[in-house]
Write a protein that binds this ligand. Sequence first.
Ligand SMILES: [Zn+2]
Length: 206
Amino acid sequence: MKTENNDNEEYSLNDLINMAIEFHGFPVPGAVIGVFMADWALELLKDVPKVDAIIETWLCLPSGIHTVLRYRRNKTQFRVVDFHKCAATFYDKKTGEGIRFYLDTEKTKDFPNIHGWYLRTLDHDLGKGERWAPVTEEFLLARRKVLSYEYVKIVVPKATLSTPVVSCKECNELFLSVEGQEKCEACSGKAYYKRIKEEECLLLKE
Ligand SMILES: [Zn+2]
């Protein structure tokens, strides 16, 4: 039986890059960076049995990180927080201590395509494929050279198997009350949506 801490060396880094792109659906630089971040993280955390990840953008990066965690550790577990940053933290599930990786602008300066992509100064008249191909190529060349990392400790509590499920005082929907809250995140003013009337919604109108 495969255990979580049995690093699976069956797939090479190149395999994982191709698998990440395949998973994503088309070649994107973020999926490639995600692979390099997660590969480096698992190397540094090789003695940690259970590694979790928090990814700071939903853009592309999760495809790469998912692929490495899934095929190197036989398990994908990560959260996405919308900080809109090209960064991700990999940490020991037990202690909360971990390593946060980020794409470092001081280092991307040496790689014009990556730097332009990162700062969004590339020619936007080109199609995505044309615009991103040289960036992805450069990432394959730069690999870890454009990344930096720092040591961190996770401070946000996380739901566990013993976290109670409660009904929100306001909307009655069920949620996991991680810190004993009585209202869900949405009803506590952190909603990412607002409700609209059916007649305001254009979705199903031809
Ligand atoms: Zn609610």
